[in-house]
Design a protein around this ligand. Structure first.
Ligand SMILES: *Cc1c(COP(=O)(O)O)cnc(C)c1O
Length: 470
């Protein structure tokens, strides 16, 4: 008979014993009892795993204390942190979409610091409306009769459908039943709003007649959705907003456009085509347009709704509005961002998302050269840097077919494969996100800024140390 094996973890101290060690008293003074307990629990778990892996692992008292100290350092670092984006994807949803303009950052901080007239009418001393702070500005910039802002564009679409079409039917082209980033799907949002989806046309072609035929006495709305992150090419036909508006007018129905990214400027002159400014949907006869605040607009996470005042008024009275309302910090940042659009040149120069998207290739090349020079002065010579030509993508579900010429900085460490360098740079402080192409680790100059360089150099040095430590 084989005797039952002893659990290799039984030699580890129990939690109460561990917390009573004199070394722990000093640590508790620095980090507080609750954090220390969490760190000790994690350290014991790690030690247990090491022992299960190899029962002969030496887990001394000093080693346990060392592990607890390491855990404490990890717990002291915020989970949400700044990341250097070298991916070249300007509107990167996983990296927080748009960096905010300086004036928006200042407005946000000022509002966070104290009290504000968020819902207080300073002229009358009575209760005010939070939406008033940007409504006039949005109307001024887009020519809309009225406007409303909510938490994000998904909320804007949900609110609009719930208000205008619950219990009734909404007609959408089969070519526009999109999914955006996994969790936003037009059919699901429709179901959530209580409206019934009526599909018109086919995946590649939807004609005005398809919409006309789909209209019944239950129809509440004709909806057009920007296909954002994909493109149908080849034998295609799309019914324009103007055609939809004509059909809707005949049937006395409203037309709504979910413009997705939504921009206020025409970017075609910068090689970025396929995205029409939101105000043009209104000119073509749309009654409502919804779009995101943190995609092409370049502001904070918000959902903007512009259009007919009667429809906006109904949405303001819907109970769902309270559940999707915008918070004061986003509102402050949004107002500051929108103000920059009063002057197109100012918007292009001071809104980081627009600036990165519209930087001419020659300017990027000059920036790349100067970044390379600067990095070389900050880094040891065995970290090799080299420039290449490449392409960057706008991202954020905008312009799926657009690729912008850019310059790339290749970073290489001797004897460290690109995929290993990529992984090491994700755990530096700050982490650096780049991309791998043909076994090269590359940083796209388009999404880097000169201010990033000292931090980037620091991260590259940390990655080199980590690689050498093995
Ligand atoms: C991005 C997008 C959404 C969702 O917007 P969020 O601001 O992320 O909520 C909805 N519809 C379309 C067409 C989009 O592109």
């Amino acid at each position: 008979m084989v005797p039952p094996k002893k659990d290799p973890r039984s030699g580890l101290p129990k939690m109460d014993k561990l917390l009573a060690w004199p070394e722990m008293t000093a640590l508790a003074g620095q980090s507080g009892r609750i954090t220390l307990r969490a760190a000790a629990r994690n350290a014991l778990k790690t030690a247990g795993l090491l022992l299960q892996d190899n029962p002969l692992t030496d887990i001394s008292r000093t080693r346990i204390i060392g592990m607890i100290e390491e855990e404490l350092r990890r717990l002291a670092t915020p989970s949400l942190k700044r990341v250097i984006n070298g991916s070249g994807v300007v509107i990167h949803t996983n990296l927080g979409r748009s960096p905010l303009p300086e004036t928006a950052r200042e407005a946000l901080l000022e509002t966070a610091r104290g009290y504000s007239n968020l819902e207080f009418d300073l002229a009358t001393g009575e209760r005010g409306e939070r939406y008033c702070h940007v409504e006039d500005l949005l109307c001024e910039l887009t020519g809309a009769e009225a406007a409303l802002v909510v938490n994000n564009n998904a909320a804007a679409v949900l609110l609009a459908l719930s208000t205008l079409a619950a219990g009734r039917e909404v007609i959408v082209s089969r070519g526009e039943l999109v999914e955006i980033g996994g969790s936003f799907r037009i059919p699901d949002v429709m179901a959530q709003s209580g409206a019934t989806l009526v599909e018109a046309g086919t995946t590649n072609r939807t004609h005005p007649e398809d919409y006309r035929r789909a209209i019944t006495e239950k129809t509440a709305l004709l909806l057009k959705v920007h296909t954002s992150n994909f493109a149908v090419v080849g034998f295609t036909a799309e019914t324009s907003t103007a055609e939809l508006a004509a059909i809707a007018a005949g049937a006395q129905l409203p037309v709504m456009v979910d413009a997705g990214s939504g921009c206020l400027l025409d970017l075609a002159g910068f090689g970025i085509s396929g995205e029409q400014p939101v105000q043009t949907y209104l000119k073509e006869g749309a009654d409502l347009v919804t779009f995101s605040g943190d995609k092409l607009l370049g502001g904070p996470q918000t959902g903007l709704i512009i259009g007919k005042s009667g429809l906006i008024r109904q949405m303001k009275r819907h109970p769902l509005l309270r559940a999707v309302r915008i918070d004061k910090l986003s509102l402050a940042a949004l107002e500051a961002t929108l103000r920059l659009y009063r002057d197109e040149r100012q918007a292009l120069a001071r809104i980081p998302t627009l600036r990165m998207l519209t930087t001419p290739a020659a300017e990027l090349a000059a920036q790349a050269r100067s970044m390379l020079r600067r990095l070389k002065t900050l880094l040891p010579s065995d970290i090799r840097l080299k420039l290449h030509d490449g392409l960057s993508s706008p991202g954020g579900g905008s312009f799926p077919l657009v690729q912008l010429p850019t310059r790339l900085i290749e970073v290489a460490l001797p004897a460290v494969p690109a995929h290993r360098l990529e992984a090491l740079l994700r755990s530096t402080s700050p982490p650096v996100v780049g991309r791998i192409q043909q076994d090269r680790f590359l940083l796209d100059v388009r999404t880097l800024s000169a201010e990033d360089l000292p931090l980037l150099a620091g991260s590259l040095r940390q990655a080199q140390e980590a690689a050498n430590a093995r």
